[in-house]
Design a protein around this ligand. Structure first.
Ligand code: SF4
Length: 197
């Protein structure tokens, strides 16, 4: 069952402009000092059904909405290889991302995850790298990495600690080469967004 902890229909804190934010339920990272430990347990929270996703997608069509933000917990919890049995949940998640992008190409998708982009692209620790790649390929910004308490700076924009990167996904993925026949995945560079510019 795909689970969420809460949904905000007019969020101005997580990404640029006014956004719809979904806080997913379930996280395996156990970062020390986590600001949201109640989202770790995948048995808690509420079911995110296809009907609910369709309502969220309609809400995203409102003129004042600039995009959708996916946070946690960890939205990529369902792709972790320890959750091998969550294919239905992964399909639903992919449906949310691809339908949003098709319907609102001018609006942005921002995703926060405790995994690194390198791990997402090499498939390290993940169950289905093709689906995860499709998620990244249809999204605009990834804020990646664990929250690390010693790198915490209060009021850091869009991040909890300075080790986390705000990654421009289209620019970064344009430098990514994958050759399944030869089992080679290379990411030549990561383009970081300067949020002050
Ligand atoms: S990834 Fe986020 S929700 Fe998960 S433990 Fe780390 S800070 Fe908490």
């Amino acid at each position: 069952m795909l689970k969420y902890a809460k949904i905000r229909d007019r969020d101005i804190a997580n990404g640029p402009g006014v956004r719809v934010s979904i806080f997913f339920q379930g996280c395996l990272h156990q970062c020390q000092g986590c600001f949201n430990p109640e989202t770790w347990n995948p048995k808690m929270g509420f079911e995110l059904t296809k009907e609910k996703i369709d309502k969220i997608l309609c809400l995203c069509g409102k003129e004042y909405i600039n995009g959708i933000s996916l946070l946690g917990g960890d939205p990529f919890y369902i792709f972790d290889k320890r959750n091998n049995n969550m294919k239905t949940e992964r399909d639903l998640f992919l449906y949310l991302i691809t339908t949003f992008k098709k319907r609102y190409p001018e609006k942005s998708i921002w995703i926060w995850t405790g995994y690194s982009i390198e791990d997402c692209l090499t498939g390290c620790g993940f169950i289905n790298n093709d689906d995860l790649y499709s998620v990244l390929n249809n999204s605009d910004v990834l804020i990646d990495g664990h929250f690390i308490e010693k790198y915490k700076i209060p009021n850091l924009k869009y991040r909890g600690s300075t080790n986390q990167r705000i990654i421009d996904l289209p620019a970064t993925l344009s430098t990514y080469k994958s050759n399944k026949d030869h089992n080679i995945n290379i990411l030549y560079s990561i383009k970081i967004i300067d949020i002050n510019s």
